[in-house]
Write a protein that binds this ligand. Structure first.
Ligand SMILES: [Zn+2]
Ligand SMILES: [Zn+2]
Length: 96
């Protein structure tokens, strides 16, 4: 493993590389069913992460370069919701 294959946010190795965009789409689909009013918060979070990329790790779904682990993205999205019970469900649903 090269040193670059770590998450730029938490410094942990990215063992399950799913990029922010792919994960964002899944979270948005889930949130549309759960509570549509919170959808913009998910979108904002995934957009804010989309700028992070580096040269090594590629998403297993779309092949695009990525640098933030799925865990960090889910945590950030959960925090951004401002609704603890929905945040818990999100963490359970996307526990990477
Ligand atoms: Zn991370
Ligand atoms: Zn992807």
């Amino acid at each position: 493993m090269t040193p670059q294959q770590v998450c730029v946010q938490c410094d942990e190795a990215i063992t399950n590389p799913i990029c922010t965009r792919c994960l964002g789409q899944e979270m948005e689909a889930w949130m549309r069913e759960r509570d549509e009013s919170l959808l913009p918060r998910i979108e904002l979070t995934t957009m804010s992460f989309a700028a992070y990329t580096h040269e090594v790790t590629r998403c297993i779904l779309c092949g695009k370069r990525m640098s933030v682990c799925a865990h960090c993205v889910v945590e950030e999205a959960a925090d951004a919701l401002g609704r603890e019970e929905v945040a818990e469900e999100l963490r359970e649903q996307f526990s990477y």
